[in-house]
Design a protein around this ligand. Structure first.
Ligand code: PHE
Length: 364
């Protein structure tokens, strides 16, 4: 009961005194006792019956028994209220109202419980510990892509996207890869069988396609990166997978040099890996860059090849309508799985695609 015991005693004592004064004697005292006892009994029994009701019809019989308008037990208690002496009436009235509200609440709770059960919900036990919801998280490759975008964004490189199904112009021709070049070999590409004909479509084998798409659509100066999937029919091993991701970077401005390329890559590498990173260029060849280099990064005492880079070949600039006398550019392409594996110490890039939650859970 919400009443403080002492207060209750005091009030009872006051009422006893009042009864003496008004000349209401033992009869009134007995009526008050009966009323109190009946209120408590009714409350306890109604609560028990309603919370035990297993279906709508047993709840309905409980409602009739306790709350029924004609002969419900609440009505009987109301009659007892009428028999209270004048001194007990005010407190009795309040108690009766509390009782009425408590019974209504019991009834509504039972109704809600049965409605929940009808919808297949278990009865709610608010004292049970909650069910912890398992939170998903981003895939390490997605996290890596976002990180790269963030770092390159600081140098003014805008992130753009290109299609994964490409035509030969963007995947080869515009990148100065001639028709007889081995890079076009059907054994090295996923050509789409549906698009047989003179120039079948293919799943892009490199993100350098996006260099062309952006240069065709915009005028220099530009600084973009493009991160996305590329496809090559490689046998999967610890460092290869038939689908992987590349980050392509392209900067075309007046006076761009190899030194800018190396500075950007060094900034990127030390921001991404953290701490001291060395970037090394080894002479190489790509049809669309001149000069061309392989990019190695040294971090934690180990050199790892991260991708290719170079100065955009003037012929490529001219093919998209840029004037190679006015602007020059650098481009680079790095393997996203490679840099992610290096950063997190992953020995086998296939782990990224095994969908083993225990592996994937470690990244945030
Ligand atoms: N596209 C090249 C590859 O996939 C990498 C590269 C990108 C090289 C940009 C030079 C410039 O191997």
């Amino acid at each position: 009961m919400a009443h403080d015991d002492n207060t209750a005693d005091k009030n009872a004592a006051e009422r006893d005194a009042a009864r003496e004064k008004t000349g209401e004697g033992t009869a009134a005292r007995d009526a008050a006792r009966t009323f109190t006892v009946e209120v408590e009994r009714l409350l306890a029994e109604a609560a028990a019956a309603m919370s035990a009701a297993a279906d709508a019809s047993s709840l309905e019989s409980a409602r009739i028994e306790f709350l029924g308008a004609k002969s419900g037990r609440l009505k009987a208690v109301q009659k007892l209220l009428g028999q209270l002496g004048a001194a007990d009436k005010p407190a009795g009235g309040r108690r009766f109202n509390e009782l009425k509200q408590a019974l209504a609440a019991c009834f509504e709770a039972a109704e809600a419980r049965l409605a929940g059960a009808a919808r297949g919900l278990p009865p709610i036990d608010v004292t049970l510990p909650g069910v912890a919801r398992r939170l998903g998280r981003h895939h390490p490759i997605t996290l890596t892509i976002r990180r790269v975008q963030q770092i390159m964004g600081r140098l003014g490189f805008e992130s753009v996207e290109g299609p994964e199904v490409e035509d030969q112009w963007h995947n080869f021709d515009a990148l100065a890869i001639p028709p007889e070049h081995p890079a076009r070999d059907p054994l090295d590409n996923f050509y789409l069988a549906v698009a047989k004909g003179h120039s079948p479509l293919l799943l892009r084998s490199q993100t350098s396609t996006v260099q062309i798409r952006v240069m065709e659509a915009r005028k220099p100066p530009l600084r973009i990166i493009s991160l996305g999937r590329v496809y090559r029919p490689d046998t999967a091993d610890a460092t290869h997978y038939p689908m992987f991701h590349q980050v392509e970077g392209l900067c075309v401005e007046r006076g761009t040099t190899m030194a800018h390329l190396k500075s950007v890559l060094r900034f990127f590498a030390s921001s991404f890996l953290g701490g001291d990173v060395h970037v090394r260029f080894r002479p190489s060849f790509f049809p669309f860059t001149e000069p061309s280099v392989e990019v190695d990064m040294e971090w934690g005492g180990r050199w790892v090849e991260m991708g290719g880079a170079g100065m955009v070949d003037p012929a490529v600039l001219a093919a998209v309508g840029y004037d190679p006398e006015q602007v020059s550019g650098f481009a680079f392409g790095l393997g996203v799985e490679r840099i992610a594996a290096r950063r997190h110490g992953v020995a086998d890039i296939r782990d990224f695609y095994r969908n083993d939650v225990r592996f994937l859970e470690q990244f945030r």
